[in-house]
Design a protein around this ligand. Structure first.
Ligand code: DHK
Length: 145
């Protein structure tokens, strides 16, 4: 049976990666992050998405519920406010890695309380954009277990 894809989902403003506060998020673009994720997946199918719209992220999580093996999600600013994303992730039966480019616990207080962490299998934060590749390896390892 063909491997079910992993979903790499990115929230608001991450389409501006590379230009957005490079001192925090680096100069790597989201397109380069996608390439790194696909390379790290080593042929395992990857569905890579970004949206500034909460409902679109919820729809992709529903797709993962029906067809995905794992979710790697950077909800960005929705991490701290989105009940719909939390509720959708609760339905996902496989491993979930919550990912943040920056160490959100070392930033302003508004970034300290994630609604997603209680349903995440693991949380990675502060590794910079190249951390996405590490997260993909970790997610695939969880799936293979
Ligand atoms: C990205 C964002 O857009 C912020 O809202 C989060 C996260 C941090 C990141 O580090 O990837 O607070």
């Amino acid at each position: 049976m063909a491997d079910k894809p992993i979903f790499v989902l990115n929230g608001p403003n991450l389409n501006r990666l590379g230009m957005r506060e490079p001192e925090i998020y680096g100069t790597v673009t989201l397109g380069e992050v996608e390439t790194m994720c696909r390379e790290a997946a080593g042929g395992w199918p990857v569905r890579f998405h970004q949206s500034n719209a909460e409902h679109q992220l919820v729809d992709w999580i529903h797709e993962a519920i029906d067809d995905g093996a794992g979710i790697l999600i950077n909800p960005a600013g929705l991490t701290f406010r989105s009940i719909p994303i939390l509720d959708a992730l609760k339905m996902f039966p496989g491993p979930i890695i919550e990912f943040h480019i920056s160490n959100i616990r070392r930033r302003e207080e508004i970034y300290h309380h994630s609604l997603v962490s209680p349903v995440a299998t693991a949380v990675l934060a502060g590794l910079g954009p190249k951390g996405y590749a590490l997260a993909v390896h970790a997610l695939l390892d969880m799936i293979d277990r």
